[in-house]
Design a protein around this ligand. Structure first.
Ligand SMILES: *Cc1c(COP(=O)(O)O)cnc(C)c1O
Length: 360
């Protein structure tokens, strides 16, 4: 068996111990005589898996008691609609901060459900920075303020927690949740697809302050009504059972490694390794504002783009895949989420160093 070093932006690499555990459990989960995929979602076995996964999430993220933890289907793109359907009803308006492709998409989708105000945007500078809090034009009438904490495509991360006063802050944390400590109480609602930092695709984590629920627009589909899902322990419809099981294994693994402060150190070391190299390179460059550089998605360009193909082919020969940047951004991107090892990032850095010397 040969495993590649997978820099995919998501679905992304998973801890090998988790994959081995899943393989071990495949035919018979803990003597149940069933694969997790074959279990009734209401049976005692899956009830245990769901309960354990939820309590792992609560303890790892220190989720306060007045917040619900939901495990839903649809991914972050579905949440772009589900959030306004559930939250905008109070005033009919919401503020959106646009820092890249994902938050822009969120804002466009939300416009179907109410009046959307663009509170700030870094589009003018090509989405290479996070709009500073002082530039945010918040409206008193907003039911919530939406932001994206890590722009997966641009490689722009928000390293501070915005202050939106009494207006609840909603964040798409798909690509940096569980990458470091997080104060959930500063947010009204957090959502994240699992397939970057905490599991496979198919399950979406929603953490919401209880008092924000119960105001859904009348046309909200029942399966996407947070209140209904909270009342039914995320089982109003059949939840993505297998994805939840794998997510539980991933989160247990994060905990074993020392939890979120250990993740923070691990992720910072990996990112520093690449950015330090990029900053000293004559051949490669990163364009993101220094203070907003993502620890998760390191975007970079070859100054001579005619070398792109040779760079990617050489990487692939050494077992390093998925380094091509998003089609809308061009260039390269190394996604180095929780499950990416420091050694693998060193391998990439060493390859880039050799490539630069060889082509000089
Ligand atoms: C990956 C990603 C999405 C899209 O997730 P889907 O599972 O395709 O819905 C949305 N927002 C961010 C920040 C992402 O990284």
């Amino acid at each position: 068996m040969t495993r590649v070093i997978n820099f995919s932006s998501g679905p992304a690499t998973l801890p090998e111990s988790v994959l081995q555990q899943a393989a071990h459990d495949m035919m018979d989960w803990r003597g149940s005589g069933m694969s997790v995929m074959e279990m009734s979602h209401r049976g005692p076995e899956f009830t245990e898996i769901l309960g354990q996964t939820q309590s792992l999430i609560r303890s790892l993220l220190n989720v306060p008691d007045n917040y619900v933890v939901l495990l839903l289907q649809g991914g972050a793109i579905a949440e772009n609609a589900i959030v306004p359907m559930n939250l905008i009803g109070k005033t009919g308006q919401a503020d959106y901060v646009v820092s890249g492709v994902w938050s822009e998409k969120s804002m466009k989708e939300a416009a179907k459900y109410g009046q959307i105000n663009e509170a700030a945007s870094s589009q003018g500078s090509g989405f290479l920075s996070m709009p500073q809090q002082s530039s945010w034009k918040l409206s008193a009438q907003a039911a919530y303020v939406h932001m994206c904490s890590n722009e997966t495509i641009g490689g722009v991360e928000c390293h501070w927690t915005p202050d939106t006063g009494d207006v609840p802050l909603v964040a798409d944390m798909s690509s940096n949740i569980m990458s470091g400590p997080l104060d959930v109480s500063r947010y009204g609602l957090i959502y994240a697809g699992a397939q970057k930092n905490m599991g496979p695709s198919g399950v979406t984590l929603v953490i919401a302050r209880r008092d924000l629920l119960g105001h859904a627009l009348p046309a909200t589909p029942s399966a996407f009504n947070y209140q209904l899902q909270a009342d039914n322990e995320s089982m109003y419809n059949t939840p993505p059972t297998y994805a939840i099981y794998i997510m539980g294994l991933v989160i247990a693994h994060i905990k074993e490694q020392g939890g979120l402060s250990a993740m923070q150190l691990h992720n910072q070391r990996k990112a520093d390794l690449l950015y330090e190299f990029l900053d000293h390179s004559q051949m490669f460059t990163n364009r993101v504002a220094r203070e907003d550089r993502s620890r998760m998605n390191v975007t970079f360009f070859l100054k001579d783009e005619s070398l792109n193909v040779a760079f990617l082919q050489g990487a692939e020969k050494e077992g390093m895949v998925q380094l091509r940047g998003h089609r809308s951004a061009g260039g390269m991107r190394a996604s180095i989420y929780n499950a990416m090892s420091l050694q693998s990032v060193q391998r990439l850095r060493d390859y880039m160093h050799r490539f630069e010397k060889d082509k000089a």
